[in-house]
Design a protein around this ligand. Structure first.
Ligand SMILES: [Fe+2]
Length: 364
């Protein structure tokens, strides 16, 4: 299988991985031949790229990080919680005083933590991509995954990992108290509107800190995820170590998902491009420790991605090297002249340090 941007997909291409909705149900199953109508529908649901069958790379297997059932369970809790708060904002006290609500969250996030700790490979973000209608729901789930992986990578205790994963899932719950006119405004927010939007951090904190089953530090993730290392964030303009480590970690997970998410109005960045943005803010906006931990956690070049090397040849990423995220293994399919090779060969960039990836996208 290989990764193809949706703009380049054509009717007749065969889907190599199922596409799920944000509820975890199958939208289009693996093996299905795509039609023009399906492609239009997938585009409208914020899908940026698809894994399609390709006989030159059909031996590549891409593992999902989180199982279908756990994802479905987590997404349904996010839906229920966020919708309940959004529909009757005055009644959030009621929802948050229900002990089973906190217990369910603990349970599903414990499953997420277990599955993540069992996976050996670097995280392949695009393998888990789903079609979504509501950005906040998908974003909450993704931030939960990234922040949990970061917590594990940086040596947090089991208790802390669970606190962070719950914090990641609920970090933006305060947005459900922001009026729709601002929350769903398609264009840029005015200065006044942005001031209202900023309140979501405090709203979230106020809601979560009152729930006995939600750890207080998870509430602080909501409170501090927009603080920045140099004091330029909000709501309290905290600086450096004044920000709790969980808040600093959450900032990195939050921004990374915002940059890589595909939205109707802009294409999401590739993981390595988003990492460049985070590096440029490392030690200024973000704590360097967590930027580096993220780099070592995710697959910078997802399996199946087409790349061109500095020598002029092109191919497809077929494996990642743990510990050397920017130097994956490439199957070379096209020579320097742009001719398909009769006999493709493999090039491990961790062994060929003079070669660089100079371009990626729909090349082969
Ligand atoms: Fe936020």
């Amino acid at each position: 299988m290989r990764l193809k941007s949706i703009e380049k997909c054509q009717s007749g291409d065969k889907l190599a991985r199922s596409i799920y909705t944000e509820n975890g149900t199958v939208l289009v199953g693996a093996g299905v031949e795509l039609t023009e109508r399906m492609l239009i529908r997938l585009k409208s649901k914020n899908i940026a790229s698809l894994y399609i069958e390709d006989k030159r790379t059909d031996d590549i297997m891409v593992e999902t990080v989180i199982s279908e059932s756990t994802r479905r369970e987590a997404m349904s809790i996010i839906h229920e919680t966020f919708r309940a708060v959004h529909e009757v904002p005055q009644k959030w006290h009621q929802l948050f005083s229900d002990k089973s609500f906190g217990r369910n969250i603990r349970q599903v996030m414990t499953a997420v933590v277990d599955e993540l700790s069992g996976s050996r490979a670097a995280m392949n973000l695009l393998a888990d991509a789903c079609a979504f209608d509501n950005y906040i729901f998908a974003h909450s789930f993704n931030v939960a995954i990234y922040s949990t992986a970061l917590a594990m990578k940086t040596g947090c205790s089991e208790k802390e990992v669970l606190e962070i994963s719950i914090g990641g899932m609920l970090h933006d719950v305060g947005k459900m108290q922001i009026p729709d006119t601002i929350l769903k405004k398609p264009g840029r927010l005015t200065t006044e509107e942005f001031e209202v939007m900023k309140k979501h951090a405090e709203y979230g904190f106020e809601m979560l800190r009152r729930q006995d089953e939600i750890p207080l530090l998870a509430a602080h993730c909501a409170f501090q995820h927009h603080e920045r290392w140099d004091g330029s964030g909000y709501p309290r303009k905290l600086k450096k170590e004044e920000i709790h480590p969980f808040g600093r970690l959450m900032a990195v997970a939050d921004v990374f998902d915002a940059l890589t998410s595909h939205r109707v109005y802009r294409r999401g960045m590739m993981p390595h491009e988003a990492m460049e943005v985070l590096y440029s803010g490392s030690g200024r906006l973000f704590d360097q420790k967590y930027v580096e931990a993220l780099r070592d956690t995710i697959a910078l070049y997802p399996l199946g991605l087409s790349v061109t090397l500095s020598s002029g040849v092109s191919g497809v990423v077929i494996n990642s090297n743990k510990g050397m995220p920017s130097r994956p293994v490439i199957r070379i399919l096209v020579d320097e002249e742009g001719q398909d090779l009769v006999q493709p060969y493999e090039c491990d960039l961790s062994q060929n340090l003079s070669l660089m990836i100079v371009a990626c996208g729909d090349l082969v």
